[in-house]
Design a protein around this ligand. Structure first.
Ligand SMILES: Nc1nc2c(c(=O)[nH]1)N[C@H]1C(S)=C(S)[C@@H](COP(=O)(O)O)O[C@H]1N2
Ligand SMILES: [Mo]
Length: 401
């Protein structure tokens, strides 16, 4: 294929001026990453991760580098992003995992169950994309406040645990009027603050009961403490914040929790507004894809055959198609899904081999789900910078030499 003429590139990019800015930002980020070696040491609670594969925004916000995933379907724990709204609980909570207890409320026979007891109620395994609600926030032109995640606040991981519906059945079924599943994190709350303002407690619609798990294993190992061990609520297809780590209480409630993180936080409210319950909650993820490689951060791309590859996900739906562009979305070619299909909550790898001459290219991808919904070209901006799935701003400019 012929290089992407800079003139065409400019025109393509200027179709949305936000895109031109985002691309410039991307190039700068890529440069900074190439220049920044050696990596900063990681904080103690994640010292077991590989810093070469991570971008450390802060000690509580670590992102996977774009070039560090996408060539396998499962994201290894040592490369998986981390996001903590509060300092993680003491690591002593994983000393005796089976003793961890979760209070189950809003069922006919409310009870506190230990992990050991949960293990007697069933086992299910699900592969699911774990993706921060703010993944892609860094590509919104309006610079919403919050971590400027690019593509790497996401991974595809395998969870094992007990289906929530088994737990409900064992405790006599749902109490009348249960409309939400409300999970509470087991962090120690900072003193002197209103607990409602800081507690990590989220509600999701009761329909999520069909797929939700209480998980004690991740990728075949006990859930690492940094990822919510000993026990994590997993709501497949729902964005990161709805997957409560070190879950200590699970309630089937008539109303959404009035914790700040639910009431005003994580709402799809227009830029410049404050969130409130009249705006949609950040729950299910949208169809989305991005290209992981060749990524500029991994060095110059050599002319010749190039395997353009990435990942595509359907949120709660399976995928039917993935297209790739080398000219910033002016023309598209259907790419091929590769690797195992681990179900509708997992992502699919894709590849398109192309022969590239030296020059400038802008790599883009757009996915379509089984309901024929295409990944959008641009996600309308919202105050919190949530759920950015627009293909245009996720495009990747590369130089082929
Ligand atoms: N208890 C608890 N659960 C939590 C959080 C938290 O701070 N505390 N952060 C949420 C957010 S915003 C995200 S994106 C994911 C991050 O999961 P990870 O750190 O395992 O990648 O966990 C979610 N669950
Ligand atoms: Mo998040």
């Amino acid at each position: 294929m012929k290089p992407h003429s800079p003139d065409l590139a400019r025109r393509g990019l200027l179709a949305g001026s936000a895109t031109a800015l985002a691309s410039v930002g991307l190039a700068r980020v890529a440069q900074a990453q190439t220049a920044a070696a050696p990596a900063k040491p990681l904080p103690g609670y994640v010292a077991w991760k590989n810093p070469d594969h991570l971008i450390m925004h802060t000690g509580n916000t670590l992102e996977t580098k774009r070039s560090a995933f996408g060539t396998s379907v499962i994201t290894p724990a040592e490369r998986l992003y981390v996001r903590n709204n509060l300092p993680a609980p003491d690591v002593a909570i994983v000393a005796n995992r089976d003793a961890w207890a979760v209070a189950i409320e809003g069922v006919r026979q409310p009870r506190t169950l230990s992990v050991a007891e949960l293990k007697t109620l069933g086992i299910e395994t699900v592969a699911a994309v774990l993706q921060c609600s703010g993944n892609g926030r860094g590509y919104f032109a309006g610079k919403p406040s919050g971590t400027k995640w690019q593509v790497g606040a996401a991974g595809c991981v395998i969870w094992s645990g007990v289906p929530l519906r088994n737990v409900v059945a064992a405790l006599g079924g749902l109490a009348d009027g249960a409309r939400f599943i409300t999970g509470t994190g087991g962090e120690q709350l900072p003193a002197g603050l209103d607990p409602k303002d800081v507690i990590v407690e989220r509600s999701v619609p009761i329909k999520a009961l069909d797929d939700a798990l209480l998980a004690w294993e991740m990728n075949g190992e006990p859930v690492p403490h940094a990822h919510g061990g000993p026990l994590r609520l997993i709501v497949p297809g729902y964005s990161g914040v709805n997957n409560i780590k070190y879950v200590k209480r699970l309630a089937f409630t008539a109303a959404e929790t009035d914790a700040k993180i639910q009431r005003t936080g994580y709402r799809m409210s227009p830029p410049g507004t404050k969130g409130d319950p009249s705006f949609p909650a950040v729950w299910e993820m949208d169809v989305k894809s991005w290209i992981n490689g060749p990524a500029p951060e991994a060095g110059p791309v050599k002319a010749g055959w190039v395997q353009i590859h990435g990942v595509a996900m359907g949120g709660t739906r399976a995928l039917r198609r993935i297209d790739v562009s080398v000219d910033g979305g002016q023309t598209w070619k259907e790419a091929r899904f590769v690797g195992p299909d681990l179900g509708r909550f997992a992502w699919r790898q894709f590849v398109l081999p192309v022969k590239l001459e030296p020059g400038q290219y802008v790599l883009a991808s757009r996915a379509q789900d089984t309901q024929f919904n295409w990944q959008v070209e641009a996600t309308p901006e919202n105050a919190g910078g949530f759920l950015n799935s627009g293909w245009r701003v996720h495009a990747l400019p590369i130089t082929v030499v």
